[in-house]
Design a protein around this ligand. Structure first.
Ligand SMILES: N[C@@H](CCC(=O)N[C@@H](CS)C(=O)NCC(=O)O)C(=O)O
Length: 203
């Protein structure tokens, strides 16, 4: 069987949780990173005209979360035969995706004043409320992870969202906005201290 391949940009973004799932599972993979120009040339070869794309086990997966969970299943961080745990993971992922979309929409706003206005609203209202909900889920679970007692693909997605916000690249959204969410910070430190993930970032 061919080595699985992840095709994405040379950024973390939607590709990094999938990279980390491969890494956690110790699964060899080709980490193809395209420039934006290369992507434009190849765009029509992606199932939905977007990246990431994962080629694995003879199939092509063109949506990031199904790809993450497919790899996660092989990595042991998404359940094989436990629909109740799986749906709780997917529920959190769907919410994180909603939050991502709210921020992502501002990237396409060409009027800088309008962009700042929307981002300020997100920073003041939407994001504190959204992360308050995520914090409550983490607190209720009580292990530091989103679901259950160990790392799942939901945690990888949450950490990717937190990284995007905390990297400081989103003008108008203070990079410190998540510091008050202790459970989110705890989940992050659990993920980043996973031996294989630590090794990946030290490379
Ligand atoms: N629902 C898709 C969204 C993918 C998506 O929007 N990818 C962006 C990069 S993060 C992209 O390919 N943008 C380039 C384009 O749309 O031309 C997924 O989760 O995979």
């Amino acid at each position: 069987m061919a080595i699985p391949k992840l095709t994405y940009f040379d950024i973390r973004g939607r590709g990094e949780p999938i990279r980390l799932a491969f890494v956690v599972g110790g699964i060899e993979f080709i980490d193809e990173r395209l420039s934006f120009a290369q992507f434009q040339e190849q765009k029509e070869s992606f199932p939905f005209g977007t990246a990431p794309m994962v080629e694995i086990d003879g199939i092509v997966i063109g949506q990031s979360i199904p790809a993450l969970n497919y790899v996660g299943r092989q990595a042991g961080i998404y359940p094989e035969n436990d629909p109740k745990t799986a749906v709780k993971i997917e529920e959190i992922q769907a919410y994180i995706y909603d939050v991502n979309t709210q921020i992502g929409q501002t990237m396409r706003e060409s009027d800088p004043d309008k962009k700042m206005e929307i981002r300020t609203q997100l920073a003041v209202k939407y994001l504190p409320a959204a992360f308050g909900r995520i914090e409550a889920i983490l607190a209720k679970n009580g292990t530091g992870y989103c679901v259950g007692e160990s790392l799942t693909t939901a945690d990888l997605l949450l950490v990717a969202l937190a990284h995007w916000i905390e990297s400081g690249i989103l003008d108008g959204i203070p990079k410190t906005i998540l510091s008050e969410f202790e459970m989110v910070q705890k989940c992050k430190s659990l993920v980043y201290s996973h031996p294989k993930i630590k090794e990946w970032y030290e490379k």
